[in-house]
Every structure is written in structure tokens, then in C-alpha cells.
Design a protein around this ligand. Structure first.
Ligand SMILES: Nc1nc2c(ncn2[C@@H]2O[C@H](COP(=O)(O)OP(=O)(O)OP(=O)(O)O)[C@@H](O)[C@H]2O)c(=O)[nH]1
Ligand SMILES: [Mg+2]
Length: 212
């Protein structure tokens, strides 16, 4: 790596989408998944992270992402990795059957995807983690040994007046397990810190596969 704190993105492209793990291609590269309520900003965060305006479809209507979508990213001096955009949790407007199907699709992915190296849990900075996110974290700790690493991101920080941001993040840090990074897809705030954490989650064996 150079001295810059975020990697140089050589390529970012849609790789595959699936609704059933059985039909997903084998996991070739480490995967980092982005989870959170509908409309919290998962797809927007991926676009901001990859510095691509419309690579990942976003929408002001909750429930936009309906399948699990994988984006292949090639970074300078690092092996490739997949960033995984998960459909949002807890979207009440779907039918019960559909919600159940979605739940089991995400559940199966988190439980069985061998390449899953970490989960980023997104919460709106104004809401913070609630019981839904707490159950997700607990679930992540139960389903695998060793547990899948996770990290919280507080999204849409640009919606808070600047003077309120630090006190709000300080308050969230006191009550949130593990690390929480403030992020704005609109201004790019938090992007470097998030990249740094993501790269730490990638298995060392893959990090050494430099020079593609
Ligand atoms: N102001 C502001 N708006 C944001 C930010 N991130 C996302 N949004 C807006 O929030 C809405 C939802 O964003 P998405 O990225 O589609 O949310 P999602 O979590 O992928 O939603 P689902 O696919 O439905 O689960 C869109 O209108 C975005 O423009 C942010 O950092 N700041
Ligand atoms: Mg989405």
C-alpha cells in the first residue's frame, strides 16, 4: 500500500446476484456484506465507497434491493474482493411470505457462505442500533465459530447539523458494541476510515495476492 489511507480502486463491477445461495457462483474471493434496515443507505454507501455514482441501484422507496448482489472490486496491491449488497431487513410493506423468504435467503448466506469475511451493519445515525440490529449481532456470534467479525456504520451523518455530529457519535459509541463509523454517502465523510477497517477484515492470505 502507498501512504494514502484508502486503496486505489482499479475496477468495480457488478459480479452476480442471487436469491438462493444454491444458485450463487462459488465464492472465489473474500466477501464483505452490508446489512441493515431498508432505506438505511446500504446501496448508496457502496456507490460512495467505490466512487461510482450508479453502479449500485438506490432508491428513496424502501425495499429497492430485492436480491443479494455481489460487486467485484479490484484494488491496487491487493487481491480482489466482493462487496455484498444485502436486501434490507424489516420492510413491513412486503407480504409475510416474501419477508420470510428474504429472511431465509439472508440467513442462509450469513450462515453458509464460506468466503464471508465480515459484516458491516448500517444504522441511521439518528436512530442508532435498535433491537433488530442487536439480534443480528447476536445471531452473527452464534452461527459460526469463530464468530463473523462485524462493524457498525452510522449512515446519513450529513442530515445532522455539524455541531450535533460529534456528540451524537460519542453517545452511540457508548452504547454500541464494537466500533461505529460515521458515514455520509453524500459528502464521502467516513469513507477512508471504513476502507481501513474493511481491509483489516480481509484474510491476510488474500491481502498478499498483490499485483493482479
Ligand atoms: N442525505 C443522505 N441521504 C442518503 C445517504 N445514504 C442514502 N441516502 C438516501 O436514502 C435513500 C435510500 O438509500 P439506499 O442506498 O437505496 O438504501 P438501501 O439501504 O440500499 O435500501 P434497500 O435497498 O431498500 O434496503 C435514498 O433516497 C438515498 O439517496 C446519505 O449518506 N445521506
Ligand atoms: Mg439497496
Amino acid at each position: 500500500m502507498t501512504s494514502r489511507s484508502h486503496p486505489i480502486i482499479l475496477e468495480a463491477q457488478f459480479s452476480y446476484g442471487f436469491t438462493d445461495l444454491g444458485s450463487a457462483p462459488p465464492s472465489t474471493w473474500p466477501e464483505i456484506a452490508f446489512a441493515g434496515r431498508s432505506n438505511v443507505g446500504k446501496s448508496s454507501l457502496l456507490n460512495a465507497l467505490l466512487q461510482r455514482k450508479n453502479l449500485v441501484r438506490t432508491s428513496s422507496t424502501p425495499g429497492c434491493t430485492r436480491q443479494i448482489n455481489a460487486f467485484l472490486v479490484r484494488l491496487e496491491h491487493l487481491g480482489p474482493l466482493h462487496l455484498i449488497d444485502l436486501p434490507g431487513f424489516g420492510f413491513a410493506k412486503r407480504s409475510k411470505t416474501e419477508r420470510k423468504q428474504w429472511g431465509s435467503m439472508i440467513d442462509q448466506y450469513l450462515r453458509d457462505r464460506a468466503a464471508l469475511a465480515g459484516v458491516v451493519v448500517l444504522v441511521d445515525v439518528r436512530r442508532g442500533p435498535e433491537s433488530l440490529e442487536a439480534s443480528l449481532i447476536q445471531y452473527l456470534q452464534e452461527i459460526r465459530e469463530p464468530a463473523i467479525p462485524y462493524l457498525f456504520v452510522a449512515t446519513k451523518v450529513d442530515k445532522l447539523p455539524a455541531a450535533q455530529l460529534k456528540p451524537r457519535l460519542d453517545a452511540l459509541r457508548k452504547t454500541t458494541p464494537g466500533r461505529i463509523i460515521g458515514f455520509s454517502a453524500k459528502t464521502g465523510l467516513g469513507r477512508e476510515e471504513l476502507w481501513k477497517q474493511l481491509l483489516e477484515a480481509i484474510p491476510a492470505s488474500n491481502r498478499q495476492k498483490a499485483c493482479l
